[in-house]
Write a new protein. Structure first.
Length: 303
């Protein structure tokens, strides 16, 4: 049996474990949260090193991308370097392949008719492939990277703006402790009541897209008729989204036993199937395997 484990800086309340057959082989897939304890994550990574087929990093990225540049998060790299033998991924390989494919599929689905829709993307730099795909589908964009990560009241509206500010600010942001820019530990379990314009950005959008923890942290209690495109949702998250009036929930990763895992987990699964190191895998390798597995977005009609 192949084993793929995600070590997350997020809440342990979101832990989940499944056994599933994939391409005729059994997989144990699990998430292990460390409640924001960085040293506990380093320790757990060391214990798993050499004992599993692939490790995903959750609650943190190793890399952030703009159109031309790649930026390394200091703490993400430190976690990666805690592992010496087992391949480690952060999901960025699938964010630039699978998630592009998902938006392309939605663009062809008459239920969503993406052209002209307004999309609030909570972080374009975390999912630059998805951001580009929405633009290519003819959507009108609001990028909340600085709103959601550092509380800077400056929404961005074009990829060019996003690129410009990324090159100016990311060299500084990537040096910060992760809890300064992303919900970790128990903060993933609670909302942060922010005044307008946070709620206004949600309300004026037709689609809210991106990392679920960012979406949830500042989400208004009412989002009637909205479409949410994300991943890493639990059954409890589904209930709350339904209660808020969200019409469609779309997860870019498939459902395993009632749970959509993060892209880092699915990338670890693909890595184990391909039996290559992350450096050896090309976007074409991922796309070929995605098609072989017939991976489709999970679409839930909530209201």
């Amino acid at each position: 049996m192949k084993k793929v484990i995600s070590v997350s800086l997020g809440s342990s309340k979101r832990d989940h474990e499944v056994q599933v057959p994939i391409l005729g082989e059994d997989f144990l897939i699990a998430r292990r949260g460390t409640d924001g304890d960085f040293e506990a994550a380093v320790k757990l990574l060391g214990e798993l090193d050499g004992e599993v087929d692939a490790i995903g990093l959750g609650g943190i990225d190793i890399y952030l991308y703009s159109l031309k540049n790649r930026y390394v998060l200091k703490e993400g790299l430190r976690l990666k370097q805690a592992v010496k033998r087992t391949p480690v991924v952060d999901g960025s390989g699938l964010k630039n392949t699978l998630e592009r494919e998902v938006i392309g599929q939605l663009a062809e689905d008459p239920r969503f008719a993406l052209e002209g829709k307004k999309v609030l993307m909570v972080s374009g730099l975390d999912r630059f492939g998805m951001a580009q795909a929405f633009v290519q589908a003819g959507c009108r964009m609001i990028y909340g990277d600085f709103l959601f990560s550092i509380g800077l009241a400056k929404p961005l509206y074009t990829l060019e703006e996003l690129e410009h500010y990324a090159d100016k600010l990311l060299p500084l942001i990537t040096e910060l402790p992760i809890e300064f820019i992303y919900p970790t530990g128990k903060s993933q379990d609670k909302k942060d009541a922010r005044p307008a314009p946070f709620g206004d950005y949600y309300r004026e959008a037709d689609i809210v897209a991106g990392d679920f923890h960012y979406i949830y942290k500042y989400m208004p209690s009412e989002l009637p008729g909205k479409t949410v495109v994300t991943n890493t949702v639990t059954r409890e998250n589904l209930k709350e989204l339904a209660q808020s009036g969200v019409k469609y929930l779309i997860t870019t990763t498939p459902e395993f036993s009632g749970r959509s895992f993060g892209t880092n987990v699915l990338e670890g699964v693909l890595l184990a199937i391909l039996r290559k190191t992350p450096e050896e895998i090309s976007p074409e390798d991922y796309l070929k395997l995605i098609k072989e597995l017939d991976l489709k977005p999970r679409i839930e009609i909530l209201n």
